[in-house]
Design a protein around this ligand. Structure first.
Ligand code: XMP
Length: 506
């Protein structure tokens, strides 16, 4: 495997993704918590950073722990750190070096630069630049403005690159990473969804033995794939709980419960609608609503878990980005919204936690799900928030409002599917607004609710743009909603991107 040391760059996760795309397993660790350098580690990548190596408190790492022993690739800050600590010089760039540049010199025969073309586009993003290299380092690539675009330390497999091979705008970045990971480090490209399933199931068998595990299913991809994996390892000792919180999409509870049963999972559906509606009664503040839902979920789940005898483990569908966030080198970021399913369940449950997906990215979870035979309608579904429709009903939540929103949402989602648009957007849904507007139907004045439709394109939900759905589609859906859903007389379409807006309205 490859070890990526994170110095806080916004691109660190991308490095990991690119390495995984080469079917090579890798892990990200913070620079200040170096894991033991075991023989399984074949090479090390030092990430970029928002810091400058010239800062007094610049993040650094004990390079001697691995340099000269393993191949090392420094990217941007990582490269500057390698150069500076060996006697080179790093200074602020005199000209801005952000965005595209072209390689105009490549050292022929250099292993890292194999297969890269002169004039190839690379992506730069740095305020500092290496002005002089240590005497025993050689330049192996340059651009017009950056002489030291890449270097190698003589007699070692230690390399640095000033540009970012992990971003897609560096057109041959993947080739460069392949040169490092496969040719220089000697990693075999055998990390696939199938191999992941085999090794994970074997590990789970060993870890769980004859113990019982309880797992909360949400209907989403992550918890479903986690359940399938654990089920493959321990069969009927896995007890799944699927809670109807009364905030799911129309007919979703029954449909998804049926699919889970067809998949062979031992799953208990729990109707807790009233408990959730009761907890939400009178609450209109978004955070108060989220907290009430989170707490009710824990109560219901805890009650169910206690009904299972000898349960020792709690299964969770935590994925790698959640883990990286929690060990991130950046300080805790401001709480924009409290996601109730991050942070786990309280201590009083006293269960050990098993999280078989905690090394995978979302797209890898999907691949594993496909390998395990998860049906397409679960694999390909849009993300749906844990607090469900409650955070799409602005203001207080009542069963009547939920029923209206479920109808609107179902028409919108069915329409997207019918027109082949569902898979083109990352997420879609409808919001019930706390306003009424005047309309006219026949000769009658109406004074009814307004709904907002929201569809976004995104890669990871961190940033998003509003989906440019065809006007004809929006026109048809608006008509259909107003004609079919009693109590709604106006439909608007949300054209805000994230940031500055968020995907959900609450
Ligand atoms: P925002 O609204 O923060 O949403 O732009 C980003 C993504 O996260 C989902 N989301 C949640 N998911 N529990 C979840 O499981 C939550 O509390 C929650 N809040 C937002 C949202 O649907 C979008 O996919």
């Amino acid at each position: 495997q490859i070890l990526i040391l994170d110095f806080g760059s916004q691109f660190t996760q991308l490095i990991a993704r690119r390495v995984r795309e080469l079917n090579v397993y890798c892990e990200i660790h913070p620079y200040n918590n170096l894991p033991p350098i075991t023989p399984a580690i074949k090479g090390i990548i030092l990430s970029g950073s928002p810091c400058s190596v010239r800062d007094a408190d610049a993040p650094t790492v004990h390079l001697a722990a691995f340099r000269h022993k393993l191949p090392v690739l420094g990217v941007c800050y990582g490269a500057q750190l390698l150069a500076q600590t060996s006697g080179g010089e790093v200074k602020p760039s005199s000209i801005r070096e952000y965005g595209r540049a072209r390689i105009n010199h490549i050292e022929t025969g250099n292993r890292l630069m194999q297969g890269l073309d002169l004039n190839s586009q690379v992506w730069m993003s740095h305020g500092d630049t290496i002005t002089s290299l240590p005497t025993d380092f050689d330049v192996i690539a340059s651009t017009e403005t950056v002489r030291v675009a890449a270097f190698q330390a003589q007699g070692e497999e230690t390399y640095g690159i000033q540009f970012h091979p992990e971003v897609t705008h560096t057109t041959q970045g993947k080739q460069l990473l392949k040169n490092f990971v496969v040719d220089i480090c000697g990693c075999s490209q055998d990390w696939t969804a199938e191999s992941f399933v085999d090794t994970t199931v074997a590990t789970l068998k060993e870890q769980l033995g004859n113990d019982n595990v309880v797992l909360g299913l949400s209907g989403g991809v992550d918890s479903s794939v986690a359940a399938m994996l654990i089920h493959r390892a321990i069969g009927a000792n896995l007890y799944c709980v699927f809670v109807d919180n009364g905030l799911l999409r129309k007919d979703e509870f029954e449909g998804v419960l049926e699919s889970y049963k067809t998949m062979g999972l031992n799953v208990k559906g729990v109707d807790a609608k009233d408990q959730f509606y009761h907890a939400l009664a009178g609450l209109s503040d978004p955070e108060a609503k989220r907290k009430a839902i989170g707490k009710t979920f824990i109560d219901v789940f805890d009650q169910e878990a206690h009904r299972i005898e000898n349960v020792a483990w709690l299964g969770q569908g935590t994925i790698y980005p959640d883990v990286i966030e929690s060990v991130s080198v950046k300080g805790p970021s401001a709480t924009i919204k409290s996601h109730h399913n991050v942070g786990g369940l309280p201590d009083f449950m006293k269960l050990k936690v098993v999280e078989p997906l905690n090394t995978l990215f979302k797209d890898e979870v999907r691949l594993v799900g496909r390998t395990l035979g998860l049906p397409n309608h679960i694999l390909g579904r849009h993300p749906f928030p844990g607090p469900g429709l409650a955070i799409r009903i602005l203001g207080d939540v009542t069963p009547e409002k939920v029923a209206i929103l479920q109808q609107v949402d179902a028409l919108f989602i069915d329409g997207l599917r019918r027109e082949g648009l569902y898979d083109q957007v990352w997420q879609a849904g409808a919001m019930l607004l706390p306003v009424q507007s005047v309309g006219v139907m026949g000769d009658e004045r109406t004074y009814e609710r307004v709904v907002a439709l929201r569809a976004v394109t995104s890669v990871d939900g961190m940033t998003a743009d509003w989906a440019h759905l065809p006007y004809t589609f929006l026109a048809d859906i608006s008509n259909e909603i107003i004609n079919k859903v009693k109590g709604v007389n106006r439909v608007v379409y949300d054209i805000s991107s994230k940031p500055p807006a968020t995907i959900e309205w609450e």
